[in-house]
Design a protein. Sequence first.
Length: 168
Amino acid sequence: MFSKSKIHEPGPKAAPEADKTDAGSYGHGSDYPVAPRAKPAVSVLSSDLTITGNISTSGDIQVEGTIEGDIRAHLLTVGETATIRGEIIADDIIVNGRVVGRVRGLKVRLTSTARVEGDIIHKTIAIESGAHFEGSVQRQEDPLQGAQAPKLAPPEDPYSTTAYTTGE
């Protein structure tokens, strides 16, 4: 009248025929689902940091220090204490501090404490009352299209010498 069910029996369980693959029933070699990857943390460059050189990331950056070079990122926040001398290229740009150079972004926002000296190429822009801006503004449907990735300078060899000759 009653039959014993195999549901509660100990031991490995066979995957249904349709799900049997080399990678397991979840498609990655495990019988347990994988948690979605956490979004990477924002990289913060502190106010006592000075960088000379270009920075490139697919993540988010918050700059509070001084950068002498180009920056490429997904989201770039220029803090109130920050100074950037170079081109900025990002999907979203929020400027609270000082930028000397071209700004290229899909969404650009200059807050009331922003100081920008350079051209802004954008898809959408917001400039708060009190922001200081010197340069031209140009709207483009895809402002990142003409942007080049920052080129990194080759490392200097401290042991190399350079000889200079004169025409005399």
